[in-house]
Design a protein around this ligand. Sequence first.
Ligand code: PEP
Length: 246
Amino acid sequence: MKGLVIANWKMNASLEAVRVFAEKWQHLPALTNVDTVICPPGPYLQAVKSAMAVELGAQDASAHVAGAYTGEVSAEMLRELGCQWAIVGHSERRAYHGESSRAVAEKAMAVMSAGLCPVVCVGETLVDRDQGRHEEVVAEQLKASIAGVSPEPLVVAYEPVWAIGTGVTATAEQADGMHGVIRACLNQVYGSESFGIRVIYGGSVKPENAGELFVCENIDGALVGGASLEAESFWKIAQAANAGSQ
Ligand code: PEP
């Protein structure tokens, strides 16, 4: 399966930062065996699109098509701006904006209807893991977050909440194990149609740990926060995914 690395810039960067990133990016060799996506803050989507050869994604999308939803942005608007991908259900949105798995499924359906690929995020908290409930929690969250969502095109990102932005990465064994659980779940829901769904890992991925993650059988790529803000660091992660999926 072709690798996939997605940069989640969160609410970081600036027009100047986009220019600096693009300037460095254009001198780095192109990678053929990995899809490389950047999800900048909405106001910088067009700047990223015109400055560099990467696929474009959004960090969120509305579940609604149009109407009186102040502050929201529809998937169709994102498509018009050139987005092919949209992250939905990131743990920061679940935690700070109270998004339920039902709401995440609705967003995923709206994204798909507009012709974009949803990247559905799931992950357990440290308390869930300490209590030994992590597999059950993630399986339940996943099933609810893809209820009614078709398997094509779909990406699932496993992002343990305790590993996001903390510098603590899940070990390759922990990540691969959970990806196996996710694969089994997808298989239960979609049968053989699940085989094309890429399952990517997110949580403090850096150039130093990317290689060991991407050699794992069940890990098809990464969703990268902090380490995606600098071009060379993100490229090195993409290069590791490129090598891991040969
Ligand atoms: C993320 O925001 O999805 C993420 C994984 O962040 P970080 O790589 O900084 O942990």
